[in-house]
Design a protein around this ligand. Structure first.
Ligand code: Z5A
Length: 212
């Protein structure tokens, strides 16, 4: 049976990396074969594209180049990792996917949704995540958490207003895709965030089992 595709999303410092380990533990407890991966990245070529995208640089990266690089990495990642894993029956847990493109390049950089949708169709066909957990947090709190942890990358050098647009972009995606997306209040203490993630995973598991 084909595996399930789960993505985790949110603005900077929401706790994706922290909670991915928790989700992996949940999958292990269910004895599910799974692959954990990330975007941009996930293959040697796509990781090189990630470096190009995230390294701060003097040259201004134009919005179209940024968008195309995101989808170039995604095409390779899908071809080499995501599609074959799902096909073999593994669950795929991905740290960010195309919702990030709608949120960052679409809402954040003001690129047209129909243009992103066209690239999405070319690169993914009909493939969409089965479940998306959107960790939501006030922007200032996320930026503080991220800056306490590491040096800023090219995206983290953006202004607060940019991340407000991105956050609203994610909330709009959740509103438009209520069957696929679950918004988790990530400003809570970690134990409460993980309780809510567990509820979302169990509900998804139950409905997947029901539908065979
Ligand atoms: N991007 C894009 O523009 N378009 C696209 O299509 C895609 C991506 C796919 C790389 O993403 C960049 O690519 C990203 C968008 C862009 N922008 N940036 N930067 P990334 O996912 O690799 O990088 P990130 O968003 O910066 O993730 P992050 O900084 O690694 O944050 P995180 O994983 O969500 O957070 P964390 O490391 O788990 O937690 C941050 C700190 O908070 C850490 O010290 C934790 O211990 C702490 N933490 C976590 N949860 C809690 C709670 N509940 N309470 C207290 N403290 C907590």
């Amino acid at each position: 049976m084909r595996g399930k595709f789960i993505t985790i999303e949110g603005t900077e410092g929401v706790g994706k990396t922290t909670n991915i380990q928790f989700i992996q533990n949940w999958m292990q407890a269910k004895k599910l074969p799974f692959v954990a991966t990330r975007e941009p990245g996930g293959t040697p070529l796509a990781e090189q594209i990630r470096d190009l995208l995230l390294s701060p640089r003097d040259e201004l990266v134009c919005d179209t180049a940024e968008l195309l690089l995101m989808f170039a990495g995604r095409a390779q990642h899908l071809h080499q990792v995501i599609e074959p894993s799902l096909e073999e029956g593994a669950w795929v847990l991905c740290d960010r996917f195309t919702d990030a493109t709608y949120a960052y390049q679409g809402a954040g950089r003001n690129m047209r949704d129909d243009l992103i949708a066209e690239l999405e169709m070319i690169v993914q066909g009909s493939l969409r995540p089965d479940l998306t957990l959107i960790l939501d947090i006030p922007v200032e709190l996320g930026l503080k958490r991220a800056s306490d942890r590491s040096e800023p990358d090219r995206f983290e050098l953006e202004q607060t207003e940019f991340f407000e647009l991105v956050r609203n972009g994610y909330l709009k995606i959740a509103e438009q895709n209520p069957d696929r997306c679950v918004v988790i209040d990530a400003s809570q203490p970690l134990a409460d965030v993980q309780r809510d993630i567990n509820i979302a995973l169990e509900a998804f598991w139950f409905s997947s089992e029901e539908s065979g």
